[in-house]
Design a protein around this ligand. Structure first.
Ligand code: UDP
Length: 231
């Protein structure tokens, strides 16, 4: 590896993960998921009747995601309330999670997923997706699979796994690339692919393979935490 990571991690090394379900007792399902200093909490409510009534779909229940980065989660206090960024992340998270869940048995309902980032050090959308997927499973929502998510990236020539804030902000050489992905854990079905920066087409497969391997590790971690419910 040519580039030395500030954290001392190997190019394919994830930050230390932590995960736990059942962290919000009032919710139907909940989970906390951490990648190092990035901490996401997700709470699921539903399925419950969707209001206003004209938004109901008699063919299926719907998924509604709200993502927010709390003011105290970053050193430069983030202005409270919705932003273009939080609206975008809520929407892409909804799209990332929806293919895993089956709400046809719950017509006219909504499943609300609230994601709060209580500490941010990059990778908040991916940590939020991992937490939300676990919270949906914990809530007993019918799912085809868990969704597993990570941001891979590139510093100069080097592909790196689980990009942190120092790496995301790197401006030397060719600069940094942030490439968040999400997938159905046991298949090659991707539900989120975003790209901030550049990955040459011939390196795309390499980046995706690195993400796949990381997702496998994350999936095992999610499953372990789900099995620990009630222990
Ligand atoms: N960030 C921040 N203030 C903001 C928004 C973001 O300090 O208002 C930081 C935070 O650490 C976040 C990182 O910038 O994790 C990268 O944000 P990005 O929009 O790339 O999404 P993320 O990597 O968190 O999914």
């Amino acid at each position: 590896m040519k580039v030395k990571r500030a954290s001392g991690r190997a190019w394919n090394e994830l930050r230390k993960m932590k995960a736990k379900v059942g962290v919000v007792p009032n919710a139907d399902g909940s989970a906390i998921f951490e990648f190092g200093d990035t901490v996401a909490i997700a709470a699921v409510y539903g399925p419950r009747k969707l209001h206003p009534q004209h938004m109901q779909d008699p063919a299926t229940g719907i998924l509604r995601v709200n993502y927010d980065l709390l003011s105290f989660s970053v050193a430069d206090r983030k202005r409270p309330g919705p932003s273009r960024r939080s609206t975008e992340i809520s929407k892409v998270t909804e799209w990332a999670l929806a293919p895993a869940i089956d709400l046809e048995a719950f017509p006219n309902t909504v499943v609300d997923v609230q994601i709060y980032i209580i500490q941010a050090d990059a990778g908040t959308r991916t940590a939020g997706i991992n937490a939300a997927s676990m919270a949906l499973a914990h809530a007993g929502i019918p799912m085809r699979d868990l969704i597993t998510s990570v941001a891979v990236g590139k510093i100069d020539e080097q592909i790196i796994v689980d990009v942190d804030k120092v790496e995301e902000d790197y401006e030397g050489g060719e600069g940094a690339t942030d490439f968040p992905i999400a997938k159905l854990a046991r298949s090659d079905e991707y539900t989120l692919l975003q790209l901030d920066g550049k990955i040459p087409p011939e390196r795309f497969k390499e980046a995706l393979d690195a993400a796949d391997k990381a997702c496998q590790e994350i999936y095992e971690f999610q499953k372990k935490a789900l099995k620990e419910v009630g222990e």
